[in-house]
Design a protein around this ligand. Structure first.
Ligand SMILES: [Zn+2]
Length: 165
């Protein structure tokens, strides 16, 4: 009898075998064979490993960004470590000093401007009949609105370069 192909999952605690990961999961087992809490995907051990993997991935992503020195072109910076936005270097160093945080943990990413979205005629979709035609006056008004709105920064997104202090 060939067990290795058919029986893949075994409970570490009870020694029970399961054929599929789904069956094992339903019976409260993590894919490693450890018991897990209900409604959780992993046991505590695997959860810790997965979280570390996610943290490593985020750190690698951060390290792979191109580097920029904080200067005039950088308006606002997001710190992945504290989840706080900063406007200048002094704010960062003061915050870290006040909160007794280790400045070497800082992970600054440049904030890039996110401009207000364009308004298009499809926002009126619910209000109009099939053959409705938009007047030139309305189209022109929308164009003017978009020109103004498109220059207004609604928020910043942490999508820019890595910033070194
Ligand atoms: Zn596990």
């Amino acid at each position: 009898m060939n067990y290795t192909k058919e029986v893949l999952y075994k409970s570490i605690r009870t020694g029970t075998y399961y054929k599929t990961p789904e069956e094992a999961e339903k019976s409260g087992l993590c894919s490693c064979g450890n018991e897990k809490k209900r409604h959780r995907i992993y046991c505590d051990n695997c959860e810790a490993v997965k979280q570390q993997e996610a943290a490593n991935y985020e750190f690698k992503k951060f390290k792979n960004k191109s580097v920029k020195i904080w200067g005039d072109t950088v308006k606002i910076v997001y710190d992945e470590n504290t989840d706080i936005w900063f406007h200048d270097e002094v704010e960062v160093t003061e915050h870290y000093a006040n909160e007794k945080l280790n400045i070497s943990d800082v992970r600054l990413v440049e904030g890039v401007p996110n401009y207000l979205s364009e308004i298009e005629t499809d926002i009126y979709e619910e209000d109009i009949h099939d053959e409705f035609e938009f007047s030139d006056k309305l189209l022109e008004a929308l164009e003017n609105l978009n020109e103004v709105a498109g220059k207004i920064i609604g928020c910043y997104l942490p999508d820019g370069c890595r910033i070194e202090l």
